[in-house]
Design a protein around this ligand. Structure first.
Ligand SMILES: CC(=O)SCCNC(=O)CCNC(=O)[C@H](O)C(C)(C)COP(=O)(O)OP(=O)(O)OC[C@H]1O[C@@H](n2cnc3c(N)ncnc32)[C@H](O)[C@@H]1OP(=O)(O)O
Ligand SMILES: CC(C)C(=O)C(=O)O
Ligand SMILES: [Mg+2]
Length: 554
């Protein structure tokens, strides 16, 4: 593609090797999560949320379990300011929740921010300024020392103003555009800020490393984080926080590798809303941990409701393939996947293995409020016998005999292929009934009686071409006797080769399903019967099979 010469690497590796994170293979505990939905997410919306919308979103974040919530940029607008005042005045900040506010390192903005937080019980005042080469040279037109001074002045001002507040105030600093900043310089600025704040065990400071614009592969970010983890001053009294964006589509990997590299805290949003390609998606991050057996300390079991509230308030859409939340993320249309899932679910239902290991389903859809019936196996022309028989079993309690599954699978596939559409369970059931049960009959058996007479003797009434005849025949079972009566009456040849039956409980009536396979010229032809009486069901299945085989002239 023409034009690539215009670009170059915009990031900086740390001055020393920082590759200890590579040796770890798992995140062992949940980080401190900070939702920035109401600030970074909100500032990126076409239409930022109004006050009541923010209140509703905030309550959802509290319910999910966030303990740090960046509630806005109070100096940005009257709505932002009033929103914070509202949740303070309505007593909506639980004791264990700390609200966070963002401010530029500018005096009037910081002062306005402090007016907004008055009366809040626990607050993080988050101050930022850009440190990258591009911003220093093009936006601020200042030297490294001057940029560091902006950070230090901002840190001093928030520190001084906090002394007048009754609430519990802590501080966060972000070297904004960190990923375009030389690492030793970014560290120097952060350490200078920490020197102002003098964090202690009881009043930890937060240093937040944003990939304001994601410029590199995730391993580079991990090395940068490790460099900070090893070289920040007051490290024991500092929470090392990450704020990944997603410009290269690696926000999740940045966060996960960054946690391996020593970070304690993650800032992100639900479903990855945020500037440009978004912030890191905390739903995915949390559920990734969950799927590896680590409690994320956030509750997404109500995913459908969370998603619809999010969509309603932001006007954004969660795509069908969005991890854990999209409509199709637990769905298999393809035959081999469906086959493995239905076998895996059958294994799981034995309860022999306490762990979830079902193929193709990284987590149990039920954990997120999804259902196996409508979410997991859906049928189209890519589907196979496993999926089709799974749907019949789960929606209608019909257990097809193994030898029948393939034929019916192809029949359903063919319908879907010709119609170019997905087939719902109801449609599959209709195809099943019209193919094997509700067959056009050239004859039928209105009555049948049996007695024991050296085996079984059947007296069968056969209606054919407006005539009803009584025929008697023997067999080694009732169905065999009826079959012999039909062979004798119509002078036809076939082998009664397959038989299966099972009870079918639906609603108040309990019915039986019978499946009969007859072999004609080496071809197996199936018929199905359903009745409260298992004998009637079997006879209906046999007549359906014979009628389908076209052995008798109409
Ligand atoms: C990466 C991020 O997401 S950062 C957060 C970004 N979010 C937002 O900007 C949303 C809310 N922002 C706003 O509503 C407005 O920008 C306000 C109210 C904060 C400030 O408004 P204004 O002062 O009118 O405009 P603006 O933001 O363009 O100010 C730019 C000036 O601030 C300076 N500045 C920008 N950021 C900072 C900062 N973090 N610290 C110190 N100075 C800064 C710029 O250098 C520029 O200076 P100049 O006036 O000397 O040229
Ligand atoms: C304010 C900072 C943390 C930010 O949103 C960013 O750099 O992306
Ligand atoms: Mg951001």
């Amino acid at each position: 593609m023409q034009g690539f010469e215009k670009y170059k690497k915009m990031y900086f590796m740390p001055p020393v090797d920082c590759y200890d994170w590579v040796k770890k293979d798992a995140i062992e505990k949940a980080p401190i999560w900070c939702s920035v939905d109401l600030r970074d997410g909100n500032q990126a919306l076409i239409e930022p949320m109004n006050l009541e919308e923010k209140v509703k979103f905030y309550q959802m974040l509290v319910d999910i379990g966030f303990k740090h919530i960046e509630v806005g940029f109070p100096a940005a607008s009257e709505t932002e300011y009033q929103f914070l005042r509202t949740i303070i005045e309505r007593n909506m900040i639980p004791e264990d929740v700390t609200v966070q506010v963002l401010t530029q390192a500018r005096e009037h903005i910081i002062k306005r921010t402090f007016e907004a937080i008055d009366g809040a019980p626990n607050v993080i005042v988050h101050v930022y300024n850009s440190t990258s080469v591009a911003q220093r040279e093009q936006v601020f037109k200042k030297s490294k020392e001057e940029i560091k001074q902006i950070a230090v002045d901002g840190a001093k001002l928030v520190y001084d103003l906090a002394k007048n507040e009754k609430g519990n105030i802590s501080f966060e600093y972000s070297p904004e555009s960190f990923t375009g900043t030389e690492m030793d310089y970014a560290l120097e600025v952060c350490n200078a800020v920490l020197d102002v704040w003098q964090p202690t065990k009881d009043r930890k400071a937060i240093i937040n490393l944003p990939s304001t614009v994601e410029h590199s592969m995730p391993h580079v970010f991990a090395c940068q984080v490790e460099y900070f983890n090893k070289n920040l001053k007051y490290r024991d009294n500092v929470l090392l926080s990450l704020h990944p964006h997603n410009d290269r589509g690696c926000g999740i990997s940045d966060a996960e590798l960054g946690l391996l590299a020593g970070a304690d805290r993650i800032e992100g949003t639900l479903f990855g809303n945020g500037e440009r390609t978004g912030n890191v998606d905390i739903v995915t991050l949390g559920m990734n941990m969950y799927s590896l057996g680590v409690d994320p300390q956030l509750d997404f079991h109500n995913m459908k409701e969370i998603r619809s509230t999010y969509e309603e308030l932001t006007n954004m859409e969660v795509p069908m393939r969005q991890p854990y939340a999209g409509d199709l993320v637990f769905t298999a249309f393809s035959g081999s996947h469906q086959d493995a899932i239905s076998k895996g679910m059958a294994c799981h239902s034995t309860g022999n293995d306490p762990y979830w290991t079902v193929p193709y389903l990284p987590i149990d859809p039920k954990d997120l409020g999804r259902t196996y019936d409508s979410d997991v196996i859906r049928i189209n022309s890519q589907s196979g016998k496993g999926g089709v028989s799974y749907v019949l079993k789960h929606a209608y309690g019909i257990s097809l005999p193994d030898k029948m599954k393939e034929e019916f699978g192809y029949r359903v596939k063919d319908v879907s292929d010709k119609e170019h559409s997905e087939l719902e369970a109801e449609r599959i059931y209709d195809i099943f009934k019209s193919t094997y049960r509700d067959v056009d009959c050239v004859f039928c058996i209105p009555e049948c009686h049996f007695k024991q007479n050296d085996g079984i003797e059947a007296s069968v009434s056969i209606s054919y071409k407006n005539e009803t005849k009584a025929v008697t025949a023997k067999g080694n079972g009732r169905l065999d006797a009826v079959s012999n009566a039909l062979k004798q009456n119509f002078n036809i040849t076939y082998e009664l080769s397959e038989y299966a039956e099972h009870a079918l409980s639906r609603g108040s009536s309990s019915k039986a399903m019978a499946y009969v396979g007859i072999t004609v010229n080496d071809k197996l032809i199936w018929g199905v019967g359903m009745d409260e009486d298992i004998i009637k069901a079997s006879i209906n299945a046999l007549t359906a099979a014979i009628n389908r085989a076209d052995l008798i002239q109409a």
